[in-house]
Design a protein around this ligand. Sequence first.
Ligand code: CP
Length: 329
Amino acid sequence: MNHFTSIQDLGPAGVESILAKATAWKGKFPKHLTDKLLGMVFFNPSLRTRASFEAVMVRGGGNAVVLEVGNGVWKLEDRLGAIMDGDRAEHVKEAVPVLARYVDALAVRTFATCSDDDADNLDPVLNAFRQYSTVPVISMESAREHPCQGLADLLTVKETFGTTKKVPVTLTWAPHIKPLPKAVPNSFLLTAAAAGCEIRVARPEGFDLHPSVLAEAQSLAAYTGGSVTITDDQNEALHGAKAVYAKAWGPSTVSGLGPDAVKSNALWMLNREHMAKAAAGAIFLHCLPVRRNVEVADEVLDHPSSRVVDEAENRFHVQRALMDWLLNA
Ligand code: CP
C-alpha cells in the first residue's frame, strides 16, 4: 500500500511519472476511479484543495465524503496518553481506523503551530493518520509539506518551458499580516529539487526554512543535477529566473523574531520592478489564496505572465494521476 504525504513518497522518478500522466490525461476523462470513495478530513479551511479533490473523484467515476473537524464532526485528539477532559472528544487512534473501514483512501489537511518549527517538522497529526490508517493516506497540506501543490507548481513549470531540468526558479519570501506555515515553500523547494531545477530561495534574515527540509532539498538536487542556493538578496535571486514563486511564511522559531516580524520587510512585496529582473518570458507563480498588495502587487497578479490560475487548475490534473497511482497501481 502506498501513501502520498511527502515528496519522498514519490522520489524524482515518481515525480516525473506523475507529471507525465497528468499531462497525458489533460482533456481526457477516464473513469479510472469507478466506485472508489475518498474520505477527506479537514482541520483547516480550503477552496482549491477541496474542490479539486472532489472534482477528481466525481469525474473519475467515484465519490468523496468531506468531514470538517470541529464543524459537525468531533474535535480530534492526537496526543498519545492525553487525558481527554477538554473539547477533543475523539482520539485519532479510533477515528482514523474507523474512517478507513468506509473509504478506499483518506485525505487529510492538518495544520502547523507556526510557533515551533521542530514540532511542525515532525508532523504529528499527519503521521498519526499514516500510522492508524489501513487505506492509502494523502496529504492535502500538513504542517511540513503540501506535496500536491508542489506537483502542480512543477507541472506548470514543465508546461511552460518543456522541461524542469536546470530551469532557474526563484522562491521569494513575501510579507503578510500574520505568520503562515512553511508547507508550501517547503514543497515547492523539495519538488523543484526532485525535478532538477536550479533553485534560488530568497528570504530576509530570520526566515529560514527548517534545516531538515534544506538538507533534503540539497540531497535531491545533488541526485537530479539541480541546485539550491539561499540568499537574503531578493534582487540577486530574481536575476534571470524563469519562474518566480512568491510566498509568505513565518519566522524561524530559533531566529528570536516575533510574529510581528512578518509585517516588516514590506519592500519584499513582489512588484513590477522585481519581475523586470527575471528572464524574458518568466512566469509568476503563487499557490493561492494571495493577499493582493500585501504579498504581491496587483500589477504582477494581473500581468499575462501570471500563471496562478493555470497552476490551480493543475492541482486537478496531478491529483488525478496521484489517485490512479494510489488506487490502481
Ligand atoms: N493552494 C491551496 O491549497 O489552496 P486552498 O487552501 O484553497 O486549498
